[in-house]
Design a protein around this ligand. Structure first.
Ligand code: NAD
Length: 342
């Protein structure tokens, strides 16, 4: 049976990927240092996966994690532009040093393929849209630089050592389980959390900036396809919806779903943020067989409803359960039931 390793599997995207792999009956191991992730995100899986608590920069832990693994989904990173502006060295360590440690351990262990979670931040502000993989990157933040540097290591390990690597550039992924409570939370959880608390959501800049918001299930599909497709090692693909939405429109849609009035607070634009983001997904469609399964509107409705339910449970003092929205066949269990912790 193929053994999959998901680094960062206790995080937002990694937990959805882990859930899907378990649902398909695969043997799955998760490596995570729980710095931004939580075992609550995997609680619904019970003991159906193996959990290793460890850091990507700890070579021993990484060597243990890659043992007998065929395919790695590399999700672990400090995934935030503002965090990288405040703490560039931490971002570098997790994203770049962590990735080269993983790649080196993978080649020594005979891993077949590594699928890397890259970022659309690598594009920066391009003159022409939509953004495609042939464009020259333009990094506007330490996060973008770190995610791109790790991409280059993936490319180098494919050409130098024959380790198969496929890079996906994710565009603003959103969905259930994305953390709304961190100072570095992404825009959708931040808007919803503020509105549920009765606070004014903050828009940095004038709200005209736009993003290609991508429901997490689409990114999970892109990963599964990238892990299996032939002739794609060493290549990079956008993983996105192929549509763009400005922040004013995004907030209006969320307000409509919550049935609350639209009254944002505008704050100065943040350093490192790109102005517009919109992906050309034709390469992924052509070479990976990727299709957008869930539209941004349907994904947004599911996501907002999930936050509302979590809010309701927390108001009633019930510990929220990490509901496996993407896994119809998996039974939810209380958060105390954790995977096997090595
Ligand atoms: N969420 C997005 O919109 C988005 C967009 C582009 C790229 N990405 C990339 O997708 C991946 C997953 O992002 P996410 O949104 O799920 O973030 P997340 O913070 O929810 O998940 C990251 C996980 O990695 C773990 N981690 C961090 N540093 C680690 C280390 N040194 N060793 C071991 N584990 C470590 C964290 O504990 C966490 O569980 C990241 O690589 C991120 O850069 C995300």
């Amino acid at each position: 049976m193929t053994t999959y390793l998901v680094t960062g599997g206790a995080g937002f995207i990694g937990s959805h990927l882990t859930t899907k792999l378990v649902e398909y009956g695969h043997q799955v191991r998760v490596l995570d240092n729980l710095s931004t992730g939580s075992l609550k995100n995997l609680a619904h899986l019970g003991n159906q996966f193996e959990f290793l608590q460890g850091d990507l920069c700890d070579r021993q832990a990484v060597a243990q994690a890659v043992k007998d693994v065929e395919i790695i989904f590399h999700e672990a990173a400090l995934a935030s532009v503002p965090r990288s502006v405040e703490h560039p060295l931490d971002t570098h360590e997790a994203c770049v040093t962590g990735t080269i440690n993983l790649l080196d351990a993978a080649r020594h262990a005979g891993v077949r393929r590594v699928v890397y979670a890259g970022s659309s931040s690598a594009y920066g502000n391009q003159k022409t849209m939509p953004k495609h993989e042939g464009q020259v990157p333009q990094v506007l933040s330490p996060y973008a630089a770190a995610k791109l540097a790790a991409e280059l290591y993936c490319e180098a390990f494919a050409s130098t050592y024959g380790l198969e690597t496929v890079r996906l550039r994710y565009f603003n992924v959103f969905g259930p389980r994305q953390d709304p409570n961190s100072p570095y939370s992404a825009v959708i959880p931040r808007f919803v959390a503020a509105l549920l608390k009765g606070d004014q959501p903050v828009i940095y800049g004038d709200g005209s900036q736009s993003r290609d918001f991508t429901f997490v299930e689409n990114v999970v599909q892109a990963n599964l396809l990238a892990s299996q497709a032939d002739g794609v090692s060493g290549r990079v693909y956008n993983a996105a919806c192929g549509q763009t939405l400005d922040l004013i429109t995004l907030l209006r849609l969320i307000c409509e779903r919550l049935d609350v009035s639209f009254a944002p607070h505008f704050a100065p634009a943040r350093v490192g943020d790109v102005q517009h983001s919109w992906a050309d997904i034709s390469a992924a469609e052509r070479e990976l067989g990727y299709r957008v399964g869930i539209s941004v509107h349907d994904g947004l409705a599911q996501t907002v409803d999930w936050y509302v339910e979590q809010h309701r449970l927390s108001q009633n003092k019930v510990e929220p359960v990490a509901a496996p929205l993407l896994s119809s066949g998996v039974t939810a269990v209380p958060p105390s039931a954790k995977g096997h912790v090595a």
